[in-house]
Design a protein. Structure first.
Length: 202
């Protein structure tokens, strides 16, 4: 990889991690004033509108990709949008932002385990060691709990955050199976299709 491309990738990943980390704090603050599911609905309705506009521009320029089946779109939308953010926002309501972030750090390890099991990907001793450490870290975080008074219901919040780990890992595996399709278009179609379902939740 050229030095300029490597530098650009490092900067992009750094910005991504900053955005990902700050999302816990921002979302935690937001759901103190808005119902968790409603906050998720508004967030993804806005995102869907922006993504649909971008897709419209791309398609008008002749940039097209084959759309996978509605079954795959539904699974991707349920796992990456509806269920993930329902668990995420409600989980944040009941636990702390730091606890949630630590639990979600196990997503790569769980995804790697599913990839070995479902996609039959090869695993090296180094990857096994990394996955083991990640999972042990989550066990330590969950078992240590949250100091009294800092969260409404630490156990429920932890279980919901573990739910986000599970559904996002499933989404990643499904997305891998349709990697030959235009991922941007898949994400765009998944978002508005499942946002409506989110609005029916209490």
């Amino acid at each position: 990889m050229p030095a300029s491309a490597r530098k650009g990738a490092i900067i992009s990943l750094t910005l991504l991690m900053i955005a990902w980390g700050s999302a816990f704090v921002v979302s935690k603050a937001a759901i103190e004033h808005l119902p968790p599911i409603y906050f998720a609905l508004v967030r993804h309705a806005l995102a869907a509108a922006i993504l649909l506009a971008i897709v419209g521009v791309r398609m008008s320029r002749g940039i097209r990709g084959q759309i996978p089946s509605w079954r795959l779109l539904t699974v991707m939308g349920l796992s990456s949008i509806t269920l993930y953010y329902a668990f995420y926002n409600v989980g944040l309501y009941y636990t702390t932002a730091s606890q949630a972030a630590l639990i979600q750090s196990s997503i790569p390890a769980i995804t790697a385990i599913l990839a070995v099991w479902i996609l039959h990907e090869k695993v090296t001793p180094r990857r096994i060691a990394g996955m083991t450490l990640s999972i042990l870290g989550v066990v330590v975080v969950v078992s240590s709990g949250v100091p009294a008074g800092e969260a409404r219901d630490p156990l429920l919040g932890t279980l919901l955050m573990l739910g986000t780990v599970a559904v996002w890992s499933v989404y990643t595996i499904v997305a891998k199976r349709v990697s030959e399709f235009a991922q941007f278009l898949v994400t765009t179609l998944s978002t508005p299709a499942l946002t409506g379902l989110q609005s029916t939740a209490p």
